[in-house]
Design a protein around this ligand. Structure first.
Ligand SMILES: Cc1cc2nc3c(=O)[nH]c(=O)nc-3n(C[C@H](O)[C@H](O)[C@H](O)COP(=O)(O)O)c2cc1C
Length: 182
């Protein structure tokens, strides 16, 4: 079983990438965790480009298609989803009749340096994924004050957040298993 990890931040020192890695480290043996690294290369969505798909988009769609489920960790930009992440979801949602996101189990978590932990961005990411037909786990993990949230080993310091992260991963894995059985 493979989970694709997608960080909604492109910067090298991203706290959301740290959160994603903390999640990957908590997965049980036998679950492969792959971090997607190609978001920055995806061009702005343009219907005119759909006839001759950019390679970066084909690669993105193939990564989604090949994964059992996806874990997004997103920051919040101006109370909303970072533009490049929404753009990547838009590309993945097409064509609507055959989107690779259809029934794909997905979970969304997030971190911000503010006090709310990117909750609005997470909610909007979930909304866009649901509109695209994904099977969205109805849970959030809001990591506030992200610059203080991780220890030297990259683990979340807060026990409640760690527990909530584990619960989300269990639910995501269950949704993937149910889909395989169905
Ligand atoms: C353009 C921009 C807009 C931001 N808007 C918000 C915001 O609305 N709410 C918030 O909590 N943090 C906001 N922040 C601060 C981010 O939480 C902070 O930069 C965080 O570290 C980004 O995640 P990353 O570490 O994964 O890159 C914003 C940052 C940027 C660069």
């Amino acid at each position: 079983m493979e989970i694709l990890g997608v960080a909604g931040s492109l910067r090298r020192g991203s706290y959301n990438r740290m959160l994603l890695r903390a999640a990957g480290a908590s997965l049980p043996p036998g679950v492969r965790f792959t971090e997607y690294d190609g978001l920055k290369a995806i061009p702005a969505f343009d219907e005119d480009d759909e006839a001759s798909l950019p390679l970066s988009v084909s690669r993105w769609r193939a990564a989604i298609a090949g994964a059992g489920g996806i874990l997004f960790a997103t920051p919040e930009y101006n109370s909303s989803v970072p533009g490049h992440l929404k753009n990547a979801i838009d590309w993945a949602s097409r064509p609507f009749s055959a989107t690779v996101l259809r029934n794909k189990p997905v979970a969304v978590i997030g971190a911000s340096t503010g006090m709310f932990g990117a909750v609005w961005s997470q909610a909007e990411t979930r909304k866009a994924l649901a509109a695209a037909g994904a099977r969205v786990i109805d849970r959030e993990l809001a990591v506030p004050f992200a610059h203080e949230a991780f220890d030297e080993a990259g683990s979340l310091r807060d026990g409640d957040l760690t527990l909530e992260l584990d619960n989300i991963l269990v639910e995501l894995l269950d949704a993937i298993k149910q889909r395989v059985v169905a």
